[in-house]
Structures are given as C-alpha cells and as structure tokens.
Write a protein that binds this ligand. Sequence first.
Ligand code: ATP
Length: 718
Amino acid sequence: MEMTGGTGRLVGKIAYLEQQPWIMNDTLRANILFGREYDEKYYWEVLHACALTDDLEMWPNSDMTVIGENGFNISGGQRARLALARTVYSRADIYFLDDPLSAVDAIVKRHILDNIILSTGILGNKLRFVTTNADNILPLCNQVVTIDNGYVSVRAQTPLVHKTIGTASAQKTKPKSVDSMDETLQPALPTDETQGTTAQQVYSNSFTANNTIVYLVPRLFTYDCSQAALVLLLAYRVLLLAPQLLIFIPVLVWTSRVASTRISQTTDAIAKLKRSSESMYQRVQSLANNGAQMIRLFGVEPFFTSQYIKCTEDETRLEALKSSSEDYAYILQKLIGQAIKSVMSLLYIAKAKFSGVELRSNDLAGFQESTSLLIKHVNLTVKFPRVVLKALDKVNEFRDFAERDPEAPYVVDSCRPSAQWPPNGKIEFRNFSMKYGADQGYALKNINLAINSGEKIGIVGRTGAGKSSLAKVLFRLIHEHTSGSILIAGQDISEFGVGDYRPRLGMIPQESSMFGGSIRRNLDPLNQFDIEEMWGSMIKCNMAKCASSNRSSKVNRNIGYDIDSGEALKKRQWQKASWLKRVLLFILKRVPRPVSPAKLVPHGLDKPVKECFGGFSSGQQQLFGLCRVIMRKRKIIVLDEATANVDLETDKSVQELIRKEFKDCTVLTIAHRLETIMKSDRIIVMDKGTIAEIGTPQELLAKDGMFAQLVKTSDFGQ
Ligand SMILES: Nc1ncnc2c1ncn2[C@@H]1O[C@H](COP(=O)(O)OP(=O)(O)OP(=O)(O)O)[C@@H](O)[C@H]1O
C-alpha cells in the first residue's frame, strides 16, 4: 500500500497480526518460529501467554503436530492464537494486532489481555496497536483511536486497571522429547501411494477406469501388433540368412530385459525422490507466493530464501541424475547391441567361409542392417510393457485422487427429500459421537440434544470445545468415525444423499470468503434469484452501498465501512449544515420515496469482486454471507461466529434482523461474544466435545456454572 500524502516515520521493528491468519502446512512449532531461532524459554512463555498449552495436550504430538494448509485441522480460535504466538515471538518494538480477540472465548480473551497485551503482559513495555470491535476493552487502553468512514479521531485516557486472573493454561506443558514422537510429526508431504501398487493393480485399476479401455486398447493393439510383426519379420530375415543365430535371440532379450529393469529401478527411485522433493519445492513455492507478505513482514527473507535455494538445488541435482541414468541406459543398450551385432556379423562371415559361399559386400551390409533393426525392435518390445505401465500409472494416480476421502453418496435414489422438506426445523442428536481421525480423540462425545422447531439456540464454550464440529456434523461435512444419529423433522439425515440434503440448511461459516467475479455471482452463483431479491437482501443487511458506486473502492472510504458508518456520516453532515439546509433535510427526510432497488444503483451487482477477500473487510464478507442466507429462506440456519468481525452496534442490528427474518426458523448461533446470544431461547455450553450446560440464559446465570463464569470474566469489572 502506498502513502498518498503527508509524512510518516517509523522507528523500530514492527510486527503485524493479520485478521485472517495465514498458516503454512508444517508443525505448530515451525509456524510459530517462522524461520527464527528456537529460544526454548521464550517460546514456551509465548505459548503459555497465548493460552495454547492446554490445546497441546489434546494434540497427538504436542507442538510438533502438523497443522494442515491454512490450519484446516484446528479450530478458529486455535488458528487465531497460533498467529498471535508467531507475532509475539518475533520480538519486535511495535505490534499491530488486527482484531486478535474476536475468535476466542471470554476466558482466553482475558488471559491474552493479561498475559500479552496489557501492561502485565509480555508486550507490556512495547507500543501496541489493537484493532477491536469489543467496546468493553476500550477502557483498558491508553488511547482510543476511532476510524469512521476514513476520518480518524484520537482520545487519550487513563487506562482502567482491572484484577488479573490466573485462568487458562496456567501450567506450562513441557515439550515431548522429539525422539519419542512418531513419524507423522514431519510436515505432511503428499504420500506416494502409487509406489506401493503392483503392476497388476495398475493394469486392473486402469482398465476399470471409465473410457480407458475405449482409448487404450486399440492403441495398444495396433502398437503391439505392429511391433511384434516387425520383430518376427526381421527375425525371419536374419534367421533365413543364418539360422544358427537363433541362439542370440534369447541372449538379446535377456540382456535387454536386465538393462531395462535395472534402469527402470534407478529412474523409479529417482522419480520417487523427485516427487517428494517436488512437493517440498511446491510447498516452498506456495510459501513464496502466498506467504510473501508475511515473510517480508517478519523480516525472515534470508531463511526462506536459503530454503528456496536448497530446494531448487535438490530439484536440479535429481533432474541431472535422472537424465544421466537415462543416458547410461541408452549407452549400455547401444554397447550390448553393437557387441551382439559384431558377433553375429563375424559368425555370418565365418559361416560363409566354411561353407565356401562367396560373400558379397551387399549381403553383409543387408545382414548387418537387418540385425540392427532386429536388435532395436527387440529392445523396444522388451521395454514396451514398462512404457505402458508408466502411462497407465497416470490413470492410477487420477483414480487414487478421486477415491481419496470419498464423501457420502451425492444422491440416494431410494431416499430423496420432497421439495418442501424439512416440514419443520426440529433437530435431534441421539448418542452422537465423532472423531476427526481413527487415531484422534473424540471431538464430540455422546451428544443427546433435542431442539424444537423455531427455537433460537446460542452455542458457547471455550475455544476448541467442539462448537464448529457440532455445526459440521449437522451439515454432514464429517462422514467417517461417527456413531449415533442426527434427525431433522424425525428423519435420519444420514439416509439422504448429501447433494439432496445440504442445500436444505442455511449457514454463515466462521470464515466467510468471496469468489472472484461480481457481487451478483457471489450472491447467486447458480442464477436462482432475480435482481429484486438480491437487492432486497442487500438492503436488509445494509450492504447495498457496497455495490452502489466507485466511492467504496477508494481505500480510505472503505476503511471500517459497516452498517452504521453511513449513519455516522449523515450525523456529521447534519451537525455541519446551516439552519436552512437542516430544515430542507428535515422535510426531505419525511417525503416518502418509493425506492426501486434495481434503479437504486444501476449495474451495481456487476461490480467486480476480487478472489478471496474481494476487496471487502472481514465484517462485510460476513454480512454478504447473511445476504445469501436471507435470500434462500431455509428452515434451519446455523451462524458460526457470523458476526464476530463486526462492531457491537452492527451485531445488535444483525441479531435484530435475524430475529425478524428467521422468526419461524430454527437458528443455531455459535458465538464467543456473549451479547450475541443473550436473547436466545436456550443456550448450550460446550466443553471438551460434550454438552456441559443447557438452559435459558437466566437459568444458566442462576446456576453459577461455566456460563456464569464466562459472563463474569468478560465484564472486566466495569
Ligand atoms: N479438520 C480437523 N481435523 C482434526 N481436528 C480438528 C479439525 N477441526 C477441528 N479439530 C479439533 O477438534 C476440536 C474441536 O474443534 P472445533 O472447531 O469444533 O472447536 P470450536 O469450539 O468451534 O473452537 P473455536 O471457538 O476456537 O472455533 C479442536 O481440538 C480442534 O483442534
């Protein structure tokens, strides 16, 4: 980003925590160290301060557990704390933390404030900028900077001192000895499944694959037949000239086979090495492409550059080895061929001498030519099965990819829901348990839960407690390692095909994202809605202005844009206006104006949207998610931290909108911000994969259990 005016001076090293954490496919430790030296004492101090030590106990290999690309195998709160730990570990002078607290529960939020951000924390003596939508932490800051529609105001204050609490992860987990950890610790490289496949499997897999037989068999037949015919013809010709040379054919086949097998083994071993080095190379390359900003930001270019150079060198070395082994094969076969050819020629001459036949130079040349061709084609024929196997291996690779992690059937003909299904929004979990892998602990344990149609349910709990997992199983995103059943309107959902079932529910996920294209494509990728419906939902969510003009493309105007910023701007204009203008504005405001949504902003829905972030803030992306759900009118809606990135006021209006729009729907709202779920009919408190508490907000507060503790922890004594 370029500074377009004014001056700026930066003294010291700056560290930045991004709002949407970027995580590489490597161990938790590698993600935190990010190319920097391992300082054991400070490292564990940081893990403790980020409340990560409790999570380590749940993971099979502690901090050496491999985290998948973009942290797909950990919870949203764990991703956020991992990124925070990486930032804190960077030992900078200035820290810019972009919304570090929205993805964590009240207890962890307080732990992070006490142990990292406030004066009692690791960064207590550093300059810290914290962007947040949590108004209740503002009194704890030295200065409050408000950004409204690109305008900045600063308010200095004496920070409120609150009592620190010794919660979450008080004990510091010691790292497991590296020796005691199993092989799976290493960064997840794509496994070379095909290496263990026998030739028979490759053939049978390939021939049962769709259409392979149609394309391959005629080619194989013509190639094989023409080769065989050639060899026979040449052999006949050579044998006609010197029948006793028959003995050399088996020798020729044998030597060619040995050479070809040896060489294939070498090239296979090199190819295997190359494949794993390629995946390493691709990992480093993807790091360079996607993580370039982070690498620059943390000033770890030399480390990643040296990794890149090493990978490139390994890649080149293997490439050279492969081509020299192929050269060796070529030379060896040529030498053997020449030797056989010379012996055959000598024998041919000797035979002519002994039988007293006069040998013409043309005869010898013809014999030698035929022998060369025979040798060449025997070699080709011997090599042929290997060539075919290699080609079929590709089919096998595709097949292997297609069959990896198969989903439940898309459509089950014998059980298809009617167009109106579900008739109501009743949900029931019966003894439901789920693990993410056979070797992992239960993410959900024995869930028994009945939700009435139209009920509004709030789901809270510590980070990693299993809230999102509950939503995932409802959408049947996890299909293995589950037991028990889930029923909707009395029907077991596992009986439907996922393609029939999933579209019947609505969801705003924890991390919304946008496709590249236009706003229209983002709202309605399948072209199911008309323009009025799209504008209607945009207006309801106060997002119409995002599509309204080029104004929003100006960066400073786009900063912090949300539902209320338009209102704030109007308020400021009102304050600045003369009395005459105020009278006019007053009258104009009261004149009823029918708004045709389509006319409001011509072509606004075709406004281009960039891939991933779409040029919108995280809060705006979440509101886009809400627009999509409103348009689709489902009976069951799941909101997974759907408003975590918007400010409190916006959250309130969104909750109001949800209550109004989804009056008759069953709504499950997962949220760390307790205000979001306080008006729910019932609240579920999840803990370590189980339902720890369930009841109305009043019942849970009176019970003085986990929910009451979360509420107490979040108020900072204000
Ligand atoms: N794809 C996955 N593979 C393996 N483990 C996973 C996966 N997703 C989540 N987990 C683990 O399952 C547990 C529950 O995760 P879940 O995302 O349900 O927690 P959560 O309560 O939603 O947390 P948060 O509030 O941080 O979002 C965590 O320990 C997490 O590490």
